[in-house]
Design a protein around this ligand. Structure first.
Ligand code: S3P
Length: 174
């Protein structure tokens, strides 16, 4: 029996955190972010974890966060952009509740991701490498229950679309 969490996934810059926080407020639910779980458990910022221990160690911490999420119900959960992109992760997320992919074109996502900064997966990569990463990840994200196309939408509009989709009978577990 799937749980009743709402899980936001998508590439860096998709607005998972800001939309998740607003969505949680609208639904009167608790909000949790996997990146925050990792930072508070590790006692270090994400760029420090990447620099000191490497990407694989960070992905392991993401696996621990997914395990910890199994205890949650009724939450809105924002995931890090790379969290779903390992074997078994999408299955695990789908068991937690309704998985929503905030999908955008790479150009729009990068513009927003670039503004926020502090993203080790973007630093030191060529545009071609970032594009390859984006396409590799699409196959994972595509396993979401529902998709919201975010290009050109404001945060409010994205949240309204997510709420609308969650209320449709086939997606709703609210
Ligand atoms: C990552 C995305 C980041 C964060 C980490 C790695 C990725 O989260 O988890 O820097 O691999 O895409 P956001 O998607 O919130 O930027």
């Amino acid at each position: 029996m799937p749980r009743d969490n709402v899980i936001l996934i998508g590439f860096m810059g998709a607005g998972k955190s800001v939309c998740g926080r607003m969505l949680a407020r609208r639904l009167q639910r608790c909000f949790v972010e996997t990146d925050d779980m990792i930072v508070s458990r590790a006692g270090r910022a994400i760029p420090d974890i990447f620099r000191q221990d490497g990407e694989e160690a960070f992905r392991g911490l993401e696996g621990d966060a997914v395990e910890a999420l199994r205890l949650k119900s009724g939450h809105v959960i924002a995931t890090g952009g790379g969290l779903p992109c390992r074997a078994g992760r999408m299955e695990a997320l789908r068991e937690l509740g309704t998985v929503v992919w905030l999908r955008g074109t790479l150009a729009a996502l990068l513009e927003r991701a670039g503004r926020a900064g502090g993203r080790p997966m973007l630093g030191g990569r060529t545009p071609e490498q970032i594009e390859a990463l984006y396409h590799e990840r699409e196959a994972y994200y595509a396993q979401a229950h529902v998709v919201v196309d975010i290009d050109g939408l404001t945060i409010d509009q994205v949240v309204a679309r997510v709420l609308g989709l969650l209320r449709e009978p086939h997606a709703a577990r609210l």
